[in-house]
Design a binder for this molecule. Structure first.
Ligand code: DLZ
Length: 163
């Protein structure tokens, strides 16, 4: 379903396992911080709402979405976290930078999911303009940070059950 038709903050709480005791790394891009900080807040509030404790959530910042891969990798190498959430926002401009950054972070996060035995969650908005991003950062389409947090909890639970 296209996000224009979906509210990113709507989910069935009965299908969300407890996040008690889970440890999360959250890597946040500083580019478009009006959007990414709102995504970060959504993710953290949702993790806590489902039982994670504040001391088990570590937040780190990177300059832009392109750096999310190396930031997430640095956190993964500590072997401390059960999941790492990447948060960024790429707004389509007039240059091809948009495609390069989107391709780079998508491939980077995908590769991390293959290289490590923890999930890396893609909390990255890729939009045509800032309004579309704000609509998905706590606006009329909900908050992609909430969706990223729920995905992280579900993936940690799945991996634990599969072991
Ligand atoms: C350079 C750039 C541009 C044009 N646009 C964005 C953007 O919309 N969102 C974002 O997170 N970062 C952007 N960046 C910065 C790159 O992600 C990166 O930080 C720089 O290219 C340095 O590697």
């Amino acid at each position: 379903m296209a996000t224009a038709l979906k509210n990113l903050s709507e989910y069935d709480p009965s299908k969300v396992p407890s996040a008690k005791g889970m440890k999360f790394g959250v890597v946040v891009a500083e580019w478009n911080e009006e959007v990414t900080f709102a995504l970060r807040d959504g993710a953290i509030n949702t993790l806590i709402k489902h039982g994670a404790s504040e001391e088990n959530i570590v937040i780190e910042f990177v300059p832009g979405t392109f750096e999310l891969t190396s930031g997430a990798k640095a956190l993964a190498q500590t072997r401390y976290f059960d999941a790492i959430i990447t948060i960024g926002c790429v707004i389509q401009g007039e240059t091809r930078h948009f495609d390069f950054i989107c391709n780079g972070v998508t491939q980077g996060v995908t590769q991390l999911n293959l290289d490590y035995d923890i999930p890396f969650i893609f909390g990255v908005l890729t939009t045509e303009n800032q309004q579309q991003a704000l609509d998905r950062a706590g606006g009329k389409h909900g908050n992609k940070g909430d969706e990223a947090a729920i995905t992280a909890i579900k993936m940690v639970d799945l991996i634990r059950r599969a072991q």
